[in-house]
Design a protein around this ligand. Structure first.
Ligand code: PBG
Length: 324
């Protein structure tokens, strides 16, 4: 296998040959489209740092979902942008709460769409942390009780899957137990298993209005320097019966994604987060990058590294390019 007999360029000579030997293929089936749902009617607030992304009231969201479904995207994941917050997350678990109403409306109109819900308290707590606090301490086990009730309320509203993004210890097991006890043993859990304390969440915190008002998230989200700890989190979530495991963010953590792929046979998801989205848009708007080319290259890179499923704000654009 040496030059001049070996010439890798022979298989790159024409588009047809390149198509034949292409190893990784993106499909619209790979995508989950995250959406920000807010109160009111006729509300469509653009998120300044995330072009083409809006906070949508339920009626407006239905219009976007029609497009999502027409493009063949199989799933959406709902984040709440509530008007009312408190110290206990009561609005997150209300039977007639924002997300519960959204799930009912979306499933009624689009029964075949996979409607997933984010289970986390940061958008619902007045201080913006992902857990119940005592002073500046983020309480783990007390938070699990609330998260469990939130997950059950989403399942009761008809959610197809719940997705805890808080990084409290033991949340997958606690939610599994609560779902089973409430008769929802068929509802799967997509776990944010290795979620890093990342600066790339900046634009999301605009979008979801859930930035912490004191300190940061480094006592619960992971240190970006750690890879073995990510694998430890993976095994804990497997032991707690997660159905899908996730790495987040995606692009700066492709090595973690690759290790997840090697270590488990569960489906692996990656979250192409708000900052990854905003970076490409900002550079493209400055004329420095080609948006669609770098978007597709990012998504194929995430898939090549091991993701079966990609949460991405680019889902609609990418689906259009894929011929959806
Ligand atoms: C919080 C949550 C965050 C994201 C998803 N869920 C932000 C955070 O942890 O601060 C980030 C998503 C993104 O940046 O696109 N539960």
């Amino acid at each position: 296998m040496a030059f001049p007999n070996s010439r890798p360029r022979r298989l790159r000579r024409t588009p047809g040959l390149r198509r034949m030997v292409r190893e990784t293929k993106l499909s619209v089936d790979d995508f989950i489209y995250p959406m920000f749902i807010t109160e009111g009617e006729g509300v469509r607030n653009p998120v300044p740092s995330m072009p083409e992304v809006h906070q949508l009231s339920i009626d407006e969201a239905l219009k976007d979902i029609e497009e999502v479904v027409a493009l063949g995207i199989p799933a959406i994941d709902l984040f709440g942008v509530p008007h009312e917050k408190d110290l206990l997350g009561r609005h997150a678990e209300a039977g007639d709460g924002l997300i519960q109403r959204a799930v009912r409306a979306f499933k009624a109109h689009f029964p075949d769409l996979v409607v997933m819900t984010d289970v986390c308290l940061c958008e619902w707590l007045s201080h913006g942390h992902c857990g119940i606090v005592d002073g500046e301490r983020i309480l783990n086990d007390e938070t699990l009780e609330v998260l469990s009730r939130v997950a059950v309320s989403h399942a009761q509203a008809g959610a197809d899957m719940v997705s805890p993004s808080d990084m409290m210890d033991g949340r997958v097991g606690a939610i599994r137990h609560a779902l089973d006890a409430a008769g929802h043993e068929d509802i799967p859990i997509m776990a944010y298993s290795a979620k890093y304390a990342s600066g790339f969440y900046g634009p999301f915190r605009d979008a979801a209005q859930g930035a912490p008002q004191f300190g940061d998230r480094s006592t619960y989200q992971m240190d970006p320097a750690n890879s073995r700890e990510g694998i430890r989190e993976l095994y804990e979530d497997i032991a707690e019966h997660a159905d899908i495991v996730m790495v987040k963010p995606a692009m700066p953590y492709l090595d973690i994604l690759w290790q997840f792929r090697q270590q488990t046979n569960l489906p692996v998801a990656a979250y192409n987060v708000s900052g990854e989205y905003a970076m490409l848009w900002a550079a493209a708007n400055a004329g420095w990058l080609d948006l669609e080319r770098t978007m597709m290259e990012s998504l194929i890179g995430i898939k090549r590294a091991g993701a079966d499923i990609i949460l991405t704000y680019f889902a609609k654009r990418a689906a259009k390019l894929l011929g959806g």
